[in-house]
Design a protein around this ligand. Structure first.
Ligand code: PEP
Ligand code: MG
Length: 567
């Protein structure tokens, strides 16, 4: 067994969390996005504006920074445009301005006032966790840009590389990552950040191979050619050029093969694997129904209600659910799993979430909302029944955040009373440990590896500094998944995976080897997973599952699986 779990191994390899697959060999460009400390010190030592002049100078700098974000947002599209527009809004945040003004009134210099106000909000966001914690990087970036205008230097940013390069940084500000040019940025290697950081989101959108959370990355010498393997999460600074070029060519061939894969998914020896889509609304369902999936494994209903202040009526909900079911039924895919409201924690919904909880990730979220508001669940199930009748299928429905067999039984009864197929998500370690007793109560299980990892490792899934813990390759998580799959096999009932783990081509093979019957993922990942499954036998998957759960770290587990499935 390999025991090395340090980020930088004795071989000189650097490791991090893989985000976007692809092998790249190119020169390092180290990006430092800090302001020049000498310029800041010179400004701080001189006479700074005071009172109303200080707040006027702040407002003028804010206007320039916000205008810059707006211009970049208009030039970008997709999630990049959204990220930039959100930064523009945050720049003009009234709470931030009020605190800067107060700090100035309390006698602080303008720079001190800004630093203290940003520090206050950054701490508050970090404490709130979840999506808010992700905004801390944005806040610090905004601070640097405002100060750059005050002291009269250019806003910090990424210099445009002259040749396609491996961009290495601590983490990129949204404004920088959203403006990346894929033709010049061959790969991204970030010292910080997790799989849900802005850099990761943008890298996925731009399809730039990317690894985050790489300890020691900033130590890579500028200009040196390094080999980046985005799927394995490995950077090799000492790669031999010929070997590196061979691996790059193989990766290009792999991408071409993926494009040609059309499904349905089987292993090389013909074992079928159901590949399903994760969808959020009728628009994403329309798109996903055109890809080689056999249905939907996770319709996250709460995402359609994030902005609703009142509970939508049963009729409104029925229309929405029908909009998701119909494109699949018309494509001949009748397996569509709707998840009941998973409100709370990182997905607050005005009409459902309980305000002011000390620890919302462990609070009244998901199925627990029905303790006090059973109507929420009843109305969803009524609406789903209507939608199923309209399109002529029996909908599958599952509840999130189930902790006990009793909860599973109560939920299944309500769903069965309406003629729906009933399942529950396995996202809490207690549910995985009692999977045998939970599966007795329902028709199917679906493992949410994102939350199962969060709760198994006691690590906030959004905390970028904990990305090494919130890795679904953590052997403890894999063991709980294997236990759940085994319970499904004993009961002869389907067990799917609908967390991010299903979208990792290598891990998908491991899951199939454990006995997982369906894999549900963002439509963009389907071809990569399908193509990988088509290259391995079912026995290889079983072997990979066996060796992986025995490992002691995610890196070891990945390597062990690769050895069986690829090398
Ligand atoms: C999960 O937890 O893995 C899951 C699929 O649910 P969500 O990501 O929506 O919490
Ligand atoms: Mg979840």
């Amino acid at each position: 067994m390999v025991t090395d779990n340090a980020p930088q191994s004795a071989t000189g390899l650097l490791r991090g969390t893989p985000v976007v697959a692809g092998v790249v060999y190119g020169p390092v460009q180290v990006v430092r996005t800090d302001l020049d400390p000498a310029a800041v010190a010179a400004f701080a030592a001189g006479p700074q504006p005071e009172g109303d002049d200080a707040i006027a100078a702040y407002d003028a700098a804010v206007d320039k920074v916000a205008a810059g974000f707006l211009a970049r947002s208009e030039a970008a599209h997709g999630s990049a445009a959204e990220v930039l527009a959100a930064s523009g809004k945050l720049t003009r945040d009234r709470g931030l301005r009020t605190m800067v003004r107060k700090n100035i009134a309390d006698g602080h210099s303008l720079l001190e006032a800004i630093d203290a106000a940003v520090g206050h909000f950054a701490e508050m966001f970090a404490k709130m966790g979840g999506l808010m914690a992700e905004r801390v990087t944005d806040l610090h970036d905004i601070r640097k840009r405002i100060i750059a205008h005050l002291i009269g230097v250019s806003e910090p940013g990424i210099p445009v590389p002259e040749v396609p390069s491996v961009l290495v940084a601590e983490d990129l500000a949204p404004a920088d990552s959203a403006g990346l040019r894929p033709e010049l940025v061959a790969a991204l290697v970030m010292e910080k950040g997790g799989a849900t950081s802005h850099t990761a989101i943008i890298a996925r959108q731009l399809a730039i191979p990317c690894i985050v959370g790489v300890a020691g990355a900033l130590g890579l010498p500028a200009g040196q050619r390094v080999l980046v393997d985005g799927a394995a999460g490995i950077i090799d600074p000492a790669a031999e050029p010929q070997d590196a070029e061979r691996k790059v060519a193989a990766s290009i061939a792999e991408r071409e093969a993926q494009e040609k894969w059309t499904g349905p998914a089987t292993t090389a020896d013909g074992a079928p694997v159901k590949l399903l889509a994760n969808v959020a609304d009728p628009a994403s369902a329309e798109k996903a129904a055109k890809t080689p999936v056999e249905g939907v494994g996770l319709f996250r209903t709460e995402l359609a209600f994030l902005k609703s202040t009142e509970e939508p009526s049963v009729a409104e909900q029925a229309d929405l659910y029908e909009g998701v079911l119909r494109p699949f039924v018309e494509a001949g895919a009748f397996h569509v799993v709707t998840r009941t409201l998973d409100a709370g924690s990182d997905k607050p919904i005005a009409y459902a979430t309980i305000e002011g909880e000390e620890n919302p990730a462990l609070g009244v979220r998901g199925y627990r909302l029905t303790y006090d508001k059973p109507g929420l669940l009843d109305h969803q199930l009524d609406a789903l029944k209507i939608a199923g009748e309209r399109v002529g299928i029996q909908p599958w429905v599952m509840a999130p955040m189930i902790a006990t067999p009793d909860e599973a039984r109560d939920f299944a009864k309500k769903a069965h009373d309406r003629g729906l197929k009933a399942g529950v998500m396995i996202e809490i370690p207690s549910a995985a440990l009692l999977a045998d007793r939970i599966v007795e109560q329902v028709d199917f299980l679906s493992i949410g590896t994102n939350d199962l990892t969060q709760y198994t490792m006691a690590a906030d899934r959004m905390a970028t500094d904990l990305a090494h813990l919130t890795d679904p390759w953590q052997p403890a998580v894999l063991q709980l998944v294997a236990m759940t799959a085994a319970a499904g096999k004993r009961a002869d009932k389907p067990v799917g995976v609908c967390g991010e783990a299903a979208a990792d081509p290598l891990l998908a093979c491991v899951l199939v080897g454990m006995g997982i019957t369906s894999l549900s993922m963002a439509a963009a990942s389907v071809k990569a997973v399908g193509a990988q499954l088509s290259r391995v036998t079912f026995d290889q998957c079983v072997k990979a599952a066996e060796v992986t759960v025995d490992m002691i770290s995610p890196a070891n587990a990945r390597e062990a699986a690769r050895a069986v499935l690829i090398d």
